[in-house]
Design a protein around this ligand. Structure first.
Ligand SMILES: [Zn+2]
Length: 255
């Protein structure tokens, strides 16, 4: 979509996702560090007029609150009036709850969809205002605007339900952005398996990628916007029953 700078941002998402794999590998170190420090003292978080939130860990989350044999379905870049309802239907048919990482202005434009997501028991995630995958190279003021404006837009659209996670576009987290999001009650959220659905490789390829890479970890990445997502919908229709057959349950990312 033009708001995202055309097709260019897609390539950067892929490139950044490769970087996130490295981030995931380093996450265990960060977890150990956070365990020692308690994730305390994010550099003097700014006080805002928004309702009080409980600060969460600034460490990028990958684990599931559903335990060792649960997966987290995460759906990025929406909401979208064509594709979000179809994704919601597949999730409903399979009794699966997911986490929706939303773009602030799209949430603002489609509050009905945001409320449907919340009403169905899914969770919200802040995916910034502009989906700038180079935001880790930008000023702290810019990062703050991208995260906090989207938080407000999503919360207003939802009718007051706050996003519980923050996912940087393309995984472009910084220590500053993680601490800022965490101080607003939004756990930084990574992923373990990129379904590559954004590239539209065909439904079978999306399904095969998820099956092949599932051993990487429980948090799976899909998209419900940014173009024709019919392959994503079809892949979920195959994957969700398959995951159940394999003995997996469905959870939310840890906070
Ligand atoms: Zn995204």
């Amino acid at each position: 979509m033009a708001r995202h700078g055309g097709r260019g941002w897609h390539g950067r998402v892929i490139a950044a996702a490769v970087g996130v794999t490295a981030v995931a590998a380093a996450a265990s170190v960060w977890t150990a560090q956070a365990g020692q420090s308690g994730g305390a003292s994010p550099a003097a978080p700014t006080q805002h007029a928004a309702p009080r939130t409980v600060s969460v860990s600034p460490v990028i989350a990958h684990a599931s609150d559903g335990g060792a044999h649960a997966v987290n379905i995460t759906i990025d870049d929406g909401p979208d009036p064509v594709w979000t309802p179809q994704v919601l239907q597949v999730l409903r048919e399979n009794g699966v709850k997911a986490t929706f990482c939303m773009i602030g202005p799209q949430a603002q434009a489609h509050p009905d969809l945001v409320r449907q997501v919340v009403a169905a028991g899914h969770r919200l995630c802040d995916h910034t205002v502009s989906h700038d995958t180079t935001m880790d190279k930008k000023s702290e003021a810019y990062q703050s605007q991208q995260i906090l404006d989207a938080e407000q837009q999503i919360t207003k659209a939802s009718g007051g339900i706050r996003p519980m996670y923050y996912r940087a576009p393309g995984g472009a987290f910084t220590p500053y952005s993680r601490e800022l999001a965490a101080s607003h009650g939004m756990r930084p959220l990574g992923w373990n398996v990129d379904s590559k659905d954004f590239e539209r490789p065909g439904t079978d390829a999306i399904v095969a990628t998820v099956r092949r890479e599932l051993s990487n970890g429980p948090t799976l990445l899909f998209h419900d916007a940014g173009g024709d997502r019919s392959q994503t919908v079809a892949a979920l229709r195959t994957l969700l029953p398959w995951l159940k057959q394999q003995g997996y349950s469905f959870g939310f990312p840890v906070r």
